[in-house]
Design a binder for this molecule. Structure first.
Ligand code: FAD
Length: 394
């Protein structure tokens, strides 16, 4: 190990929402952290619906105080079958109060979310050192991993958290394979204002080409995630604001009155993938380095925060039992890999099934979907169970 190498308990690679949240959480668990994260180069116009325990997680780490004022409460979720299928499902409305909660959570724009997480990292300058560089190489140095950076620096750490997104270079360096699959879909994302109130209700219109989802984003405002065939998304994103507003209004049956598009549009590819292992050696995978799936039911970042909660708790326990010694990163990584397997597999598989059940022309599949939603509408315990699972319960 060279003289210039700096040693840390934990290194986090990636400065997206997952990396920033992970660095903050493990620093609060008592670790000295290296965050290897170049500054983001593109604006992200998406919003994130933070459900169930995600808001509590952000509160516990002091991030919520900055976000509360710009977050839109989510009280109800309405599913509308807008397909022309033979077996159509009834409309279903899920109410948070039916499971004893005032709210399902809050919708927050990714810009303020990343800014609040970056501020949390900066506020922990005594425990987090940020390297504005890319991770390049992975080596081994005794009881630590050695990370070579694009700046020429080397960082050593007992445990390494890969939060470097879907094309994770760290995942590849540690030799973890990924199972990937595609969908005939793309997503168009934008924010809009509307003349009718949303009543803190998100509406998911299910079409044969995917969900068309409007999520409250402040009074008289919502964010749109429109999943459809790539040619439809291409045509829609080429429309001017007035024509696009009319098209959105038509597609949601004027549920929110007159629509005015008031943000840039972004197109996101839709695919699914899951790392075949969630840990190897001293490296653990979190967020989109570990899993990715279509934005249905707002599961992605909520699952990521559960990854991070688990790694934080493992680091906290390991730091307590390793006083004076180095953190045992290999044991911590092994524990994490086992602990997260079921939740990650369940979400990836569940969202894949939901998306395919919309796209499928197979009659029994359509019948199963319609039956499931009829049960959700008519049978209270089924509806409650679905809500609890949606919020992260098993
Ligand atoms: C349209 C859409 C809507 C969504 N809506 C929701 C929602 O409502 N609720 C929800 O829970 N989830 C939602 N998601 C999912 C959520 O946005 C993602 O889970 C989340 O943004 C992924 O964050 P991440 O930090 O894991 O990855 P990324 O945001 O991709 O961050 C990875 C970071 O790693 C950095 N990086 C890459 N390579 C390196 C390297 N070699 N060295 C150092 N750094 C590197 C990159 O610069 C980047 O900053 C949505 C996703 C989409 C596509």
């Amino acid at each position: 190990m060279s003289e210039a190498t700096q040693h840390f308990d934990v290194a986090v690679v990636g400065g997206g929402p997952a990396g920033l949240a992970a660095a903050t959480a493990v620093a609060d668990a008592g670790a000295r952290v290296a965050l290897i994260a170049p500054r983001p180069s593109v604006d992200d116009w998406r919003t994130t619906a933070l459900l169930g325990g995600s808001v509590e997680f952000l509160e516990r780490h002091g991030v919520w105080s900055e976000l509360g004022a710009v977050a839109a409460p989510l009280r109800r979720m309405r599913l509308v079958d807008a397909s022309g299928r033979l077996f159509r499902a009834p409309d279903v409305t899920f109410e948070a109060r039916e499971i004893g909660r005032e709210l399902f959570g809050y919708n927050v724009a990714n810009g303020p979310l990343v800014a609040a997480l970056s501020d949390a990292v900066a506020a922990r300058a005594d425990r987090i050192v940020r390297f504005e560089a890319l991770f390049k190489t992975l080596g081994h140095g005794g009881e630590a991993a050695l990370l070579g950076l694009s700046s020429g620096e080397t960082v050593s750490a007992a445990l390494v958290i890969a939060a470097d997104g879907r094309k994770s270079a760290l995942r590849e360096a540690v030799g973890i394979d990924v199972r990937t699959w595609g969908y005939p879909q793309e997503a168009l994302v934008l924010t809009l204002s509307h003349s009718q109130p949303h009543h803190d209700t998100s509406i998911e219109f299910h079409t044969e080409a995917g969900p068309f989802t409007l999520v409250p984003n402040g009074p008289g405002r919502s964010s749109l995630v429109w999943m459809d065939r790539p040619d439809v998304i291409e045509r829609a994103s080429a429309l001017d604001d007035a024509a696009l507003g009319l098209e959105i209004e038509r597609r949601c049956g004027s549920a929110l009155g007159v629509i005015t598009v008031d943000s840039p549009r972004q197109r996101w590819p839709i695919s699914g993938f899951q790392a075949r292992r969630l840990a190897s050696g001293r490296v653990v995978l979190v967020g989109e380095a570990a899993h990715g799936f279509p934005p249905i039911g707002a599961q992605g970042f909520n699952l990521t925060l559960r990854d991070i909660e688990r790694v934080r708790d493992i680091v906290r326990d390991a730091m307590r039992s390793s006083t004076g010694k180095r953190l045992d990163g290999e044991t911590a990584a092994r524990t994490y890999g086992k602990a997260r397997r079921l939740d990650v597999f369940g979400r990836v598989t569940g969202v894949d099934f939901l998306n395919r059940s919309l796209l499928s022309d197979f009659m029994p599949m359509q019948l199963a979907r319609a039956t499931g939603l009829t049960l959700a509408r008519e049978v209270r315990p089924v509806r409650r169970l679905l809500m609890r699972v949606g919020l992260g319960g098993r």
